[in-house]
Design a protein around this ligand. Structure first.
Ligand code: SF4
Length: 321
């Protein structure tokens, strides 16, 4: 089975049971992204390819840890040899940190508001990065919103000022104000990700009450001017109820504006538990659309140095998968 096909099928399930030798150091316990707040997740890798799967004792997929990270994945009667990656705080190779683990907003697909995490101090964040400095090539920062969008931005800017001493590329994904891209650029941030989340404004209003879809497009436009092509990203979830045509329109609008879409299969948590995950067939169809749109716009995800497009754990990424 080819990797793209295998990854699409694994992402359509999204979970695996973890058996065999003790594997604590390979388990990611994230405060952001798919699987946040659950039993944790593992990164299964084959060569340079990887996929992140949430741990579930009832999954039909099994990952058997043989020791020292060597693992076999059992799927549809096949044994697929590979290895587990050490996740650091959230994903391998990057110090990916959630600054504020709670949120005043209630986006329906997100489990962060229910986790009720706290805000990390600047000192805690510096110590976290220091502890993995030798194994990471980038720092990535995301955050919920503790009190207001403006206050969160101010706090994140303070964190970023301090991170400069590590001399690593920094990627930032927060809910923005209109001036967030300019403020981040002034501090030397390398890449930004502002998430549209939904393929249409109607779906966005239904999913993210109180947040502004039009503002996100303006901020993405400004970001491409400041950070350049291949360094601005936007998550769009596959499976919120959009049609393939709506998703294609959104993808092309992003790529023609110089933004690399991060097309994230729905992880049905939060207010959407009970909704189906997108099928492998749909993921492969969208992957082909994505690949074409990026090529037409002259965008290359392999040039990303931070965050999800560099990590590739949760999505099919053209050029990498
Ligand atoms: S793809 Fe993004 S959300 Fe998923 S593990 Fe990697 S950095 Fe985290």
């Amino acid at each position: 089975m080819q990797w793209t096909d295998l990854k699409a099928r694994l992402l359509a399930v999204g979970q695996a049971q973890l058996t065999g030798e003790q594997a604590d150091r390979y388990i990611a316990r994230s405060a952001a992204g798919p699987g946040a707040g659950g039993r944790g997740a593992v990164f299964f890798a084959m060569g340079s390819h990887r996929v992140k799967l949430a741990i579930s004792p009832v999954s039909t997929i099994e990952i058997a840890h043989r020791g020292n990270g060597i693992a076999d994945l059992f799927f549809e009667g096949q044994r697929i040899p590979g290895h587990l990656l050490e996740p650091g705080f959230h994903c391998p190779d990057q110090a990916f940190i959630t600054v504020t683990g709670s949120c005043i907003f209630s986006c329906r697909y997100c489990s962060v508001p229910g986790i009720g995490g706290k805000r990390k101090t600047v000192r805690e964040i510096m110590e976290m990065v220091e502890s993995v400095r030798d194994h990471v090539h980038a720092v990535s920062i995301t955050s919920g919103v503790l009190t207001t969008i403006e206050e969160e931005e101010t706090y994140v800017l303070e964190v970023i000022k301090n991170l400069a001493s590590f001399n690593l590329p920094v990627g930032v994904s927060i809910y923005p104000t209109i001036s967030t891209p300019d403020h981040l650029k002034e501090l030397g941030v390398a890449e930004v990700k502002f998430n549209l989340e939904a393929a249409t404004p109607e779906l966005f209003s239904a999913m993210c009450p109180g947040l502004d879809y039009g503002l996100l497009w303006q901020v993405l436009d400004r970001s491409v001017k400041l950070f350049g092509k291949n360094h601005v990203f936007s998550n769009v979830i596959i499976g919120l109820g959009e049609t393939d045509a709506e998703l294609e329109t959104c993808i092309k609008k992003l790529t023609s504006g110089g933004v690399i879409p991060v097309l994230r299969p729905l992880n049905p948590v939060g207010g959407l538990s009970g909704m189906p995950r997108p099928s492998a067939e749909r993921l492969k169809k969208i992957f082909a659309l994505h690949e074409r749109a990026l090529a037409e716009a002259g965008l290359d995800p392999r040039l990303a140095v931070t965050m999800c497009t560099n990590c590739t754990g949760c999505d099919l990424v053209p050029g990498r998968d």
